[in-house]
Design a binder for this molecule. Sequence first.
Ligand code: NAP
Ligand code: COA
Length: 259
Amino acid sequence: MSDAFRPQVLAGKVVFIAGASSGINLGIARRLHAEGAKVAIASRKHDKITAAAASIAPDVLGLAADVRDYAGIEAALRTAHDRFGPIDILVSGAAGNFLAPALGMSANAFKTVIDIDLIGTFNVLRAGFEFLNKPGASAISITAPQGERPAMFQAHACAAKAGINMLTQCLGMEWGPLGVRVNAISPGPIADTEGMARLAPTPEMEAMVKGRLALRDYGTKDDIAEAVIWLATGASRYVTGTVIDVDGGARLGDARSPI
Ligand code: NAP
Ligand code: COA
């Protein structure tokens, strides 16, 4: 069937995505908009987020808010709610990362990543709850394989993403009876992203990362958007409190060696 005649699976649904001025989350926003959703995106920098929104379509709402600022993210959620109506799909994906050994990291460096990734995710979900379309809303956090297995020079990101994984389980239990499913997606290395530019900046490092993966390649932003769509629709109606790995086998570890 030509795309022009394919039904849009998210027609009329309202989506709010935190941390979507670039990368995976902007890719999710673009794809969900193409599926008929009304999309609001937020990140720290006004110029960057409004340009990102405009790059998708004129009706996408770009809002400046730092996930570390509860009142700021709550105001952004309220603005999206007032423009589009109750939020059906809430995605928390803001993150910061850099490679640094723990001994090369100040207390503030560690805290900064915990504040953006973990506390920021709590803020987005906690503030977002009030604006969700209940029952039936789906809350989705973006975690990473580092939340389940340690990685060199990423003590901050590993701890933060492990916290998101546990938060997903706790909120899944608490909010299921209230009509909200809470899940997370764990992307593996995704091509053309800031994350991989930071973690594997040279062609040699990229080849090494791919060589260790069971599926031997980077994923795409669309691979992650597909998982968001699944978690956003009734196809996943009996799924909550879980982390979906879309990671080419990254969580499994080094797929070259028997030990
Ligand atoms: P990215 O393009 O740098 O995306 C991060 C986003 O978060 C940006 O839009 C950034 O926008 C926003 N952000 C950062 N700090 C923020 C804050 N305090 N408040 C609000 N927004 C903030 O990176 P990416 O690689 O696509 O990563 C996206 C997500 O996927 C992250 O959660 C990351 O951990 C996860 N992930 C990525 C990979 C990968 O291969 N890239 C793998 C596993 C998991 P502003 O700078 O405009 O605020
Ligand atoms: N190594 C060690 N410490 C570092 C560092 C690095 N590469 N980069 C930053 N830090 C430290 C800073 O020195 C500072 O600590 P200090 O006050 O003790 O000096 C602390 O981290 C906070 O840095 P700052 O630049 O003030 O934070 P910020 O809030 O402006 O930015 C970051 C947050 C550091 C995470 C920044 O990299 C960022 O904005 N990232 C978003 C994009 C991204 O990371 N994308 C990939 C997602 S997976």
